[in-house]
Design a protein around this ligand. Structure first.
Ligand SMILES: [Mn+2]
Length: 548
């Protein structure tokens, strides 16, 4: 079992089948190589991918909404807590055993009520001399008996609360009369009966006989008459006094003015508060319950999330917060879109039809077996990205890889491929806005921010009926999110062609790129199926031309 921090393999936003399945596949490869890799996804799984995952009984990778560090990423499990009723002695033990400088305090309902620190405890010891009074301290006789390891010689109501103070029967009998008051707990050594009797006359509540001193039958008899405890302790007077002081419950010294955080709080949001308060440690709560502790040191310089990007390399397509993460590797088959890293990284870029083709072959080159389920998923990705090998991006390498995977997966390649594409091709009850955002990717082309979505269907009429509404929605997206243009590819996977809808400006870019009359809202491009090979390159070239 690898317990190091997980490395996420993750595809682009609005993930397609390749982004999901290559993330799963590459995580498998890394795991086989002893790396704690975990597949993740940067968005909702589409209908086609869902079909593939369910067909091969695979689970969806975990969703990562963003990579901004949050409290949950750096908080520690709470190693120990104390209850409000626990004694200071118990607190000291807990601190020592766990090497803690602060301990959260929970109430009877397990909810956090306070926190105690080493400095609270130290302050208590400095005040010890003035703290002999147990009035309202919530200390019972049972607590005292327990703390001094006492043997009860004369018993009483052990659950009752101590109301007096702790005194030491020292000095002359006259002094005893001055010092000792009704209700007191009296520490007494090996003294004569007269001293015991004098104390009893002061209406005390309890003797703690230190150093296992002798108590005469006469004293026992008198104590029984007056309902006064006699407890024998093996410890000396000094030790007993200190131990009894440690009976005080934690609730007496804990801080109740707390600064706590939630697991999902962004570290960037709470930094200011931590800098201001300067506590070493903060409780993390979920519905009032303690779920962890956040140390200031850890929160101030969090360990960055580590990611491997698959099926994309452009920052604008990556999961939000990628700039906060450490990119370890990129495995991809798209144009290089200008990502910057702080250190040298491993990249594998191949101009093939699908990332899964690269991932499958990386397994085979390293002689790592691809299990049947994964073979099915990687095959699905290839069939999806190459639209059953029809896309111009498809290479012989993709085809050969797919055939080999189909054998391992035990499916008929064409039959399965058609069924999968069909599952993802209907628009069902998608709204125009959902169609416009389907499989959306953002590109920076020249100085323009352009989004290009694609929907692959068996029958384009169904989608093209919605053209006016789609155009309206495309304009709205551009305006709301500040894009220059929105393009939607409605791709006919049977006829092998694409209706390219466009909104925004400059329209001349479309006319120039595809050499068509772009005065309407769309053009038809026969034979066009690939965004990255047949749409983005002509747009990039056209940008140069219209600039000149
Ligand atoms: Mn891909």
């Amino acid at each position: 079992m690898n317990t190091t921090k997980a490395i996420y393999t993750i595809g682009h936003r609005n993930p397609d089948t390749d982004s999901i399945c290559s993330a799963i596949g590459y995580a498998h490869l890394k795991q086989a190589m002893g790396v704690n890799a975990v597949p993740a996804r940067a968005g909702k799984v589409n209908a086609e991918t869902k079909y593939a995952l369910e067909y091969f009984k695979a689970e969806q990778p975990m969703l990562i909404v963003d990579l901004y560090p949050r409290v949950k990423d750096v908080m520690l499990k709470c190693r120990a807590v104390v209850k409000t009723t626990d004694s200071l002695r118990r607190l000291g033990e807990v601190m020592r055993e766990n090497q803690l400088r602060s301990v959260p305090v929970i109430g009877p309902d397990e909810k956090l009520v306070g926190i105690v620190t080493v400095s609270d405890l130290a302050q208590r010891y400095f005040k010890e001399l003035n703290m002999q009074s147990f009035v309202e301290a919530g200390v019972s006789y049972r607590d005292i008996i327990r703390v001094v390891d006492g043997e009860v010689i004369v018993s009483g109501d052990e659950g009752a609360q101590v109301e007096g103070s702790v005194r030491i029967a020292a000095g002359s009998n006259r002094m005893i009369k001055d010092i000792i008051k009704p209700g007191d707990v009296v520490l007494i050594g090996d003294r004569q009966d007269e001293t015991f009797i004098n104390c009893l006359h002061q209406e005390i509540s309890c003797f703690v006989v230190t150093g296992n001193g002798y108590v005469s039958p006469n004293v026992v008899e008198e104590a029984e008459k007056k309902h006064v405890f006699i407890v024998n302790s093996p410890y000396d007077t000094y030790t007993c006094a200190r131990l009894i002081n440690q009976c005080v419950p934690v609730s007496r010294i804990m801080k109740t003015k707390l600064v706590s955080f939630h697991a999902l709080d962004l570290l960037s949001d709470i930094k200011g508060q931590m800098e201001e308060k300067k506590f070493a440690c903060y409780p993390v709560l979920e519905n009032g319950k303690l779920v962890g502790v956040l140390s200031r040191d850890q929160a101030m310089k969090p360990e960055r999330e580590q990611v491997i990007m698959v099926d994309h390399n452009e920052k604008v397509q990556a999961v939000e917060g990628i700039e906060e993460a450490k990119i370890l590797e990129i495995i991809d088959h798209h144009r290089l879109g200008g990502i910057q890293t702080s250190e040298p990284i491993f990249t594998r870029q191949e101009p093939v039809g699908c990332t899964a083709t690269i991932v499958a072959n990386m397994h085979w080159h390293r002689e790592i077996e691809i299990p049947q389920q994964l073979a099915g998923l990687l095959l699905s990705a290839i069939l999806s990205d190459t639209v059953l090998f029809k896309s111009p991006t498809c290479t012989d390498y993709d085809k050969k890889t797919a055939e080999r995977l189909a054998k391992i997966a035990g499916v008929d390649l064409h039959e399965y491929g058609m069924a999968m594409l069909k599952a993802g091709s209907g628009i069902g009850d998608m709204t125009p806005t959902e169609i416009v955002k389907n499989d959306l990717k953002e590109f920076r082309i020249g100085d323009y921010r352009i989004i290009v979505s694609q929907i692959s269907v068996m029958d384009t009429k169904e989608v093209m009926k919605l053209e006016p509404k789609l155009i309206e929605s495309m304009h709205a997206v551009c305006e709301r999110e500040g894009y220059n243009m929105s393009l939607v590819m409605v791709t006919d996977i049977i006829e092998e062609g694409t209706y390219l809808l466009f909104a925004g400006s400059p329209r001349t870019l479309i006319g120039e790129a595809f050499q068509k009359d772009a005065s309407g809202n769309y053009i038809y491009l026969p034979g066009v199926m690939s965004r990255k090979k047949q749409i983005i390159p002509p747009l990039s070239e056209a940008v140069q031309k219209i600039r000149n």
